[in-house]
Design a protein around this ligand. Structure first.
Ligand SMILES: *Cc1c(COP(=O)(O)O)cnc(C)c1O
Length: 380
């Protein structure tokens, strides 16, 4: 069995976790939480970082501090893992689904430009979606598969329309956009340390921002909005979203290995690229010249007519051979909870869903295993 994307624990994980247990610092206060926050913050170059129970809660809180209110709309790509879209609904706001670009599969700034200019208007000081009458309150680009979104055009539109930008950087710890780390490109950003991400804490997340006021608010909201610790005064509805010290201990050990994980991810990507590009009908994902991708998940686009098989046929073949592969995420705008939400010129997302296959990408993938995957794609 060759797994899709599994974690690797080859560093100080055991030592640090043992220390938590030996000292009884196991809960959401402890030295490792601080160290983990500092290590991720330093890596991306951001002033503040707040560890959370997972990436989804980080997204929820980021939107709250960025001012997303009930019945607002948030602009989000229809091609993403569902978490950011669900987090929009946790704020009782609505997703407004945008398309992605056909080459790098990230939120399409040209369509964003068209939407904001054609479909929105200013009403009582608020940017309003003409069709739904709702206020647009944020842009939420998602750096999918570890590749950055082309952010400068998005940030320029955000500036023009006075919208905060929340980066979903959950798949892209270690990616750079024009030399700048993802997670430090916009107003606030979120990471995830779920088991299949670049580094893991089992489950975990992080909010990073340079905005001191937002950082303080995020810390407050993730710790039950406690205004007076002695008297247990809570002036707002808060959340129990803090990461535990045990998980943060694993995170600190994983951060120490991040550079080696990233270089291994890049080797795996280069090997897929060299071997798959010459095969007719297969197009391996390749980063933009302005991007330094983590290649968190490698993917190949299958042109059924040229290759002779569809993405779906290939999935069945791989399953028989014990190689774990998967499609991209199902287009969110056609899933039951979101079918009634508005989309704007979403076309590329559906095509990519039909054609793209994600390939085994674990840091621990051996050369023999990768050769098996490539051979299976050659002979198909
Ligand atoms: C993994 C992921 C998340 C959520 O992270 P969790 O830690 O699993 O809650 C959010 N957005 C995207 C794009 C992801 O891939």
């Amino acid at each position: 069995m060759i797994p899709l994307c599994v974690p690797q624990f080859g560093g100080n994980e055991w030592v640090y976790v043992k220390e938590c247990l030996d000292t009884s610092w196991v809960s959401s206060v402890g030295g490792y939480v601080d160290r983990f926050e500092k290590s991720v913050g330093d890596f991306v170059g951001s002033k503040h970082s707040i560890a959370t129970v997972n990436g989804t809660s980080a997204l929820h809180i980021s939107m709250l501090v960025a001012g997303v209110l009930p019945s607002d709309e948030v602009l989000v790509p229809a091609l993403t893992f569902i978490a950011p879209v669900n987090a929009i609904r946790y704020c009782q706001a609505y997703p407004m689904f945008m398309d992605v670009d056909p080459q790098y599969w990230q939120m399409d700034a040209n369509k964003l430009h068209l939407f904001l200019n054609q479909e929105c208007t200013w009403k009582n000081g608020s940017l309003t979606n003409k069709q739904t009458g709702r206020r647009i309150s944020a842009i939420l680009p998602v750096h999918i598969l570890g590749h950055p979104v082309d952010m400068y055009p998005v940030l320029e539109l955000a500036r023009q329309f006075a919208l905060p930008v929340i980066e979903d950087a959950t798949e892209s710890l270690g990616a750079f956009y024009r030399g700048r780390a993802t997670g430090n490109l916009a107003d606030i950003a979120c990471f995830s340390f779920n088991g299949n991400k670049v580094i893991t804490t089992g489950g975990g997340g992080m909010i990073v921002t340079n905005n001191s006021e937002w950082a303080a608010k995020a810390k407050y909201l993730t710790t039950q909005a406690k205004d007076d610790a002695l008297e247990f005064i809570h002036n707002e509805i808060g959340y129990n979203y803090r990461l535990t010290n045990v998980q943060a201990a694993i995170g600190v050990a994983q951060m120490e290995q991040l550079p080696s994980f990233l270089s291994r991810k890049k080797e795996i990507a280069a090997c897929y690229r060299e071997n798959l590009a010459p095969i007719d009908g297969l197009q391996p994902f390749v980063e933009a010249d302005w991007a330094d991708s983590t290649y968190w998940m490698n993917a190949v686009r299958v042109d059924k007519d040229t290759y002779g098989k569809s993405r779906r046929d290939l999935m069945v073949d791989f399953q028989k051979q014990g190689i774990e592969v998967r499609p991209l995420w199902h287009p969110i705008h056609s899933l039951p909870p979101y079918r009634d939400c508005q989309t704007f010129q979403v076309e590329v997302v559906d095509r990519l869903y039909e054609q793209v296959l994600c390939l085994p990408s674990s840091v621990g993938l051996t050369r023999e295993e990768q050769e098996t995957v490539i051979a299976a794609l050659r002979k198909s």
